[in-house]
Design a protein around this ligand. Structure first.
Ligand code: APR
Length: 173
């Protein structure tokens, strides 16, 4: 099983093989952690995102999927951009999409032979996903990820504030 560590802080200053960005489907930056990562990575990150194929037009990363780019000026070598679900009351398969985000990011990190990956609380900001439910999904998805032949050794869950840290710790048990 992969080791999980919950830390409180700013994901952009972390030195991990890869950090995960909670992005939107256009992959052109935004607010929240997306804005912070783009500011810290520098303009080359936006250029790299713009190089990612739009399919269909305007969509570079559909909800629930993920794309990898270099980290440029970030301490981490790579960024995996994932698009979490917008919370719409839980009736539109938001849980499935959020699970897909965590699982897809772990698989993409593994495909790139990476050892440590750091996640923010995907969808728990602008996209409004209830923190307690999202934390449970994150922990369940990570702890059930098959690691027999995996390169992955450590998953960092980065809580931007105390409330998120407490929710993650409660979900981890
Ligand atoms: N480090 C770690 N976590 C952070 C940071 C940071 N520097 N900044 C914000 N967060 C946390 C927020 O506190 C929240 O818990 O990241 C989590 C995700 O919040 P958002 O960044 O708002 O992302 P999300 O809810 O997935 O919404 C994505 O917001 O910024 C736009 O372009 C983005 O359209 C997309 C949408």
């Amino acid at each position: 099983m992969i080791r999980i560590q919950i830390i409180q802080g700013d994901i952009t200053i972390l030195k991990s093989d890869v950090i995960v960005n909670a992005a939107n489907e256009q992959l052109l930056g935004g607010g929240g952690v997306d804005g912070a990562i783009h500011r810290a990575a520098g303009p080359e990150l936006l250029a790299a995102c713009k190089d990612i194929k739009e399919d269909p037009p305007g969509i570079r990363c559909p909800t629930g999927e993920c794309r990898i780019t270099p980290g440029f000026e970030l301490p981490s070598a790579f960024v995996i951009h994932t698009v979490g679900p917008v919370w719409k009351g839980g009736r539109e398969e938001e849980e499935k999409a959020l699970r897909n985000c965590y699982r897809g990011c772990l698989s993409l990190a593994e495909k790139n032979d990476l050892k440590t990956i750091a996640f923010p609380a995907i969808s728990c900001g602008v996209f409004g996903y209830p923190l307690k439910q999202a934390s449970k999904i994150a922990i369940e998805t990570i702890t059930s990820f098959p690691t027999t032949k995996s390169s992955l050794r450590l998953v960092l869950l980065v809580a931007y504030n105390r409330e998120i840290r407490v929710a993650l710790k409660q979900a981890l048990g």
